[in-house]
Design a protein around this ligand. Structure first.
Ligand code: UD1
Length: 357
């Protein structure tokens, strides 16, 4: 007997994950896709549907930006209505954004079982909105699909052991597909004279960095002081924060190329030939290490502690001096830690759902 799963996406990293999970789900059951509209710019949303072949959403809720309460409140109301219309037997949510929180809560209140992809991650920092979203989503979920053994033990420490499945990382599934045979640098950047191995890729978008002018200033000071060309695809939140804090001039004094956010295959090609990556993104820390590129994480902690092994990833907080030193460190001599599993995470999740829904 077939069954229907409603998957809820909304923000950029969830679209990337849906690219592989939707494909696996649709081979086994009926999937309906609900896009909350948390991300809405073409280069934050549409581009991923086009490039990664994600099926068009069955419902687009058009929620957009706002405070956490506004955004989550609007989502709750609209997700509930969509779920009532679409009548799925289970609801799947990804990661740790406000779309995850609202999806899990709306489903649980309707008595629908929730599957959480990327369950069990913890930064142990409740000042991060993502940490609150994860903890709530995990508490409400019937299936907790963990990417790592660390995630499984985090859940165990909170007394959650039922429904926990170590499946591996769906981002690993996708990265394998995307980088298989992928060419060199994206055309626009190759034309700009970037030399493989001689540039740094930087991204900054976490509220803890963008919304704290002192932290943002330090990160900008660090990036502008690097001796290599820095390619900086700028998230819209960060663009606004840089303008508001008057930091664009400081950025311009270095060798920083601030560009629009890139699509996924272009971003991975750019990272693969970089000297190092400087980021506060969870996904990019893993992608860098997976592609054998040393990473500097401008945060005080990471959920992906495996990436720190062998010095492939280094936490510098928002200190310009530490950022500069970490970017200049020699390449680790060990091979990068295997952070992503075997490329079969989506398959395993779908197998569990097929047995248990
Ligand atoms: C969200 C997630 C974060 C995730 C990130 C990936 C939450 C709490 N945060 O952060 O965990 O790592 O997505 O990108 O859910 N904006 C635009 N255009 C867009 C989207 C956003 O201009 O398409 C601007 C708006 O000013 C908006 C701001 O970015 O207010 C923040 O967007 P929001 O979705 O609230 O959070 P992100 O910072 O993207």
């Amino acid at each position: 007997m077939t069954f229907r799963v409603a998957s809820i996406v909304g923000a950029r990293p969830q679209l990337i994950k849906a690219a592989v999970v939707s494909r696996a789900l649709r081979a086994a059951c009926e999937e309906v896709l609900i896009h909350t509209g948390q991300h809405y710019d073409a280069n934050m949303s549409d581009v991923f549907f086009e490039e990664l072949g994600i099926p068009a959403p069955d419902r687009h809720l058009g929620v957009g930006s706002g405070t956490h309460a506004q955004q989550t409140g609007r989502m709750l109301e609209r997700i509930e209505a969509a779920l009532q219309e679409l009548t799925p037997q289970a609801v799947l949510v990804y990661g740790d954004t406000n779309s995850t929180l609202a999806g899990a809560l709306a489903a649980a209140k309707l008595g629908l079982p929730v599957a959480h992809v990327e369950a069990g991650l913890r930064s142990f920092n409740r000042r991060m909105p993502e940490e609150i979203n994860r903890v709530v989503a995990d508490t409400l979920s019937r299936w907790l699909f963990c990417p790592t053994t660390t995630a499984v033990s985090n859940l165990k420490q909170e007394g959650i052991t039922r429904g926990v499945h170590l499946v591996g990382d769906v981002m690993g599934d996708l990265l394998r597909v995307v980088t298989d045979g992928a060419g060199g640098l994206p055309d626009s950047l190759a034309a700009g004279g970037l030399r493989p191995g001689h540039y740094v890729v930087a991204t900054v978008h976490r509220a803890e960095n963008t919304d704290d002018p002192a932290r943002l200033r330090e990160i900008v000071r660090g990036l502008a002081a690097l001796e290599w060309q820095v390619v900086f695809p700028v998230h819209p939140r960060t663009r606004r924060a840089l303008e508001a804090s008057g930091l664009n001039d400081a950025l311009g004094r270095g060798r920083v190329m601030a560009i629009e956010p890139l699509g996924y295959p272009d971003m991975m090609r750019l990272v693969r030939s970089a000297r190092c990556v400087v980021t506060d993104s969870g996904g990019l820390q893993k992608e860098a290490v997976w592609l054998g590129v040393p990473c500097v994480t401008v945060r005080d902690e990471t959920e992906w502690v495996e990436t720190l092994e062998g010095g492939w990833n280094v936490l510098t907080g928002a200190s310009a001096d530490q950022l500069i030193a970490a970017a200049a460190r020699p390449r680790p001599s060990t091979s990068p830690p295997a952070v992503f599993g075997d490329g079969k995470a989506a398959e395993r999740m779908v197998e569990v759902l097929r047995r248990e829904v």
